[in-house]
Design a protein around this ligand. Structure first.
Ligand code: MN
Length: 316
């Protein structure tokens, strides 16, 4: 489907729910809030749902405080998932999403499983790029709130325009959004240049225990429950830790393991360019992008590390 066709189907709606993925980031929240604001301007009621709390640092986005944890009403005309590559990123809400006949899936992950009745999946720096095109197609005027949400999606998914996923189109859209009133400086400061002390303490601890494998080609961060608790931090504070791994010269693949529960880890993988980490994450059912991917793994920490080192070594 094209964005124009998605827009055409969306215009027929009266009341929708927009789904954001677990461990919500600036892109899923920015995309969802921007789309909700745009639909409201067309007279379409839009509710937001996410199984996780929205990170405090995204509370400046208009509507971010309106998220519910579950779908309550029964009279919605459609369900829409944004930035959700597959069922694994919103497992609790996925069955609810699927229970509706009219479902939309708008995403930018290569690993997207093309679920839903109407889907638009294409690679771009952020899902927010697609939502921008969609809002243009809906002929809704972009105000400063919508622009702030969309630019937040782009800024956070590109590491403030530092990742290799940035294209001329990304910058063009970002420029337009600044023109519509988004404050780029504030968005970058908020998401990349300020943090709670708890996060800083946890970061220092995790980085100082970074391990190396494969002759320094792989760097590994381990984030245990006890570290998080002792620093008074939470899981959302660990976002972005993984980026540190690739800053070390010689590191080809960065891995972080966040302990979710005993013997259960959320792993994140980053590649400097030579290894397709989407392929590795896909071995475990999840995925993401070629250079940035993740999965959930069960088992003993050292076994998981050995397994992933083997997967990386085979691809070096
Ligand atoms: Mn995204």
């Amino acid at each position: 489907m094209t964005i124009a066709e998605i827009a055409k189907q969306l215009k027929k709606q009266t009341k929708v729910v927009i789904f954001s993925h677990n461990r919500p980031d600036g892109d899923t929240v920015g995309s969802a809030t921007a789309l909700a604001l745009a639909l409201e301007k067309l007279g379409i009621t839009a509710h937001l749902v996410c199984n996780f709390d929205i990170p405090e640092k995204l509370c400046y986005l208009k509507g971010a405080n309106l998220y519910a944890k579950s779908v309550k009403d029964s009279d919605y005309s459609a369900y829409i998932a944004v930035d959700c590559s597959n069922e694994h990123v919103f497992p609790e809400l996925y069955p609810v999403y699927l229970s509706h006949k009219e479902t939309f899936n708008i995403d930018h992950h290569v690993s997207n499983s093309r679920y839903g009745k109407y889907y638009f999946v294409s690679e771009s720096s952020a899902c927010a790029e697609h939502i921008y095109a969609l809002i243009k197609e809906l002929k809704v005027e972009i105000d400063s709130d919508i622009a702030t949400s969309l630019l937040t999606g782009i800024v956070t998914d590109t590491g403030a325009f530092a990742h290799s996923n940035v294209t001329p189109k990304t910058l063009e859209i970002a420029g337009k959004l600044v023109g519509y009133g988004a404050n780029l400086h504030y968005i970058i400061k908020r998401n990349f240049k300020s943090q709670p002390k708890e996060r800083s303490d946890l970061y220092a601890r995790v980085i100082s225990n970074m391990r190396y494998r494969l002759n320094g080609k792989m760097a590994i961060l381990i984030i245990s429950r006890s570290d998080i608790e002792q620093c008074g931090a939470n899981d959302a504070h660990t976002e972005g830790f993984i980026d540190y791994t690739l800053s070390v010269e010689g590191v080809e693949v960065g891995l972080s393991l966040l302990e979710i529960a005993p013997y259960r880890y959320k792993i994140s993988l980053r590649s400097a360019g030579n290894v397709n980490v989407n392929e590795i994450a896909s071995l475990y059912g999840d995925g993401g992008h070629i250079l940035a991917s993740g999965a959930m793994l069960n088992g003993h920490l050292e076994d998981i590390i050995d397994k992933l080192c083997y997967n990386v070594e085979q691809r070096l």
